[in-house]
Design a protein around this ligand. Structure first.
Ligand SMILES: Cc1cc2nc3c(=O)[nH]c(=O)nc-3n(C[C@H](O)[C@H](O)[C@H](O)COP(=O)(O)OP(=O)(O)OC[C@H]3O[C@@H](n4cnc5c(N)ncnc54)[C@H](O)[C@@H]3O)c2cc1C
Length: 268
């Protein structure tokens, strides 16, 4: 890929790149692995970058891209269940296939290949079979990258919100000014909120921080309750917690953060 963490919000991806490189990771974008061979106790990897090919030896090679649904020979030839071009089982928003009474969930169907998404879909399918009206909200599925510090987000990135036609406003807060992060020597990272400038509605929350995977659940709950940035501003967050940075990020969306230099004009 031409950029690092292409799916993440650009600001968070940039910060993640900086933090992880500082930890010693050698991150190469726009680089294609073209061959890998075991030679003795080493793996010789050939890669191509900017038209040039090079060979390097490593102790181990982990291949962690390219997961796909395993639907080969899963269904009988005459099952009648429709698959997509990519071999996924074709389902609607309620996980129902083209056949009445047949549902499919998880990695075999569209959407992110995540355990929590699969579990919710499983519950929805069973409840639907029982005639209930369950519905997974696909707009609030959380993504977590379990690095240290963690990277996590829910909802739209700033770039996705702009592409979707929203007039976007954002707020962010750096953990270098968060008391708890400093006290536990984890003051790297930041929290960012993305909102609709017209309605003030929260559209996304993004974090690279200690416990980011837990932190963004606040964004998920807020989004489920259709909260505005002002709602988050008006709540009292305990001190000293990393969650205070969520409050400050929301405040900063209107130039009102109290532990940061304000670059935006304060909202009247
Ligand atoms: C290395 C790794 C790390 C991951 N880490 C995370 C993570 O941190 N967080 C997260 O949210 N997700 C993670 N995932 C993704 C997560 O595991 C999947 O999204 C989730 O398990 C999907 O659930 P599922 O029920 O659709 O499929 P599965 O959990 O794969 O279950 C499918 C089951 O069907 C069985 N099966 C297959 N074919 C047949 C057949 N023909 N007949 C009968 N049984 C069959 C399989 O044996 C399996 O038990 C990770 C995945 C991998 C591979």
């Amino acid at each position: 890929m031409p950029s690092f963490l292409a799916a993440a919000d650009k600001d968070i991806a940039k910060e993640a790149g900086k933090i992880l490189k500082k930890q010693g990771l050698d991150i190469r974008v726009d680089t294609k692995v073209t061959n890998a061979e075991v030679q003795g106790d080493q793996v010789v990897v050939t890669s191509e970058s900017k038209g040039e090919s090079s060979e390097e030896s490593f102790d181990k090679l982990i291949v962690c891209v390219g997961r796909r649904a395993y639907s080969e020979k899963l269904l009988g030839d005459d099952s009648g269940i429709q698959l997509t071009e990519r071999g996924l089982i074709d389902v609607n928003d309620q996980c129902k296939t083209n056949l009445d009474g047949v549902y499919a969930i998880g990695d075999l169907v569209r959407g992110p290949m995540l355990a929590h998404k699969a579990m919710e879909e499983g519950m929805m399918a069973v409840e639907r079979i029982h005639g209930e009206k369950a519905q997974v909200n696909y707009d609030t599925i959380i993504n977590v990258i379990y690095t240290h510090p963690e990277i996590a987000w829910v909802g739209l990135t700033e770039q996705e919100a702009e592409a979707a036609g929203f007039e976007v406003k954002t707020g962010s807060f750096n953990l270098a000014a968060n008391g708890r992060a400093l006290a536990q020597s984890e003051a790297e990272g930041s929290i960012k909120v993305v909102a609709d400038a017209k309605t003030d509605r929260l559209l996304g929350m993004h974090a690279i921080s200690a416990g980011a995977g837990d932190i963004v659940h606040q964004g998920m709950i807020a989004m489920e309750f259709v909260s505005s940035i002002e709602d988050l501003q008006l709540m009292t967050f305990a001190h000293p917690t990393i969650s205070e940075a969520v409050h400050e990020a929301a405040l900063s969306a209107d130039g009102r953060a109290i532990h940061a230099i304000q670059r935006k004009k304060r909202k009247k």
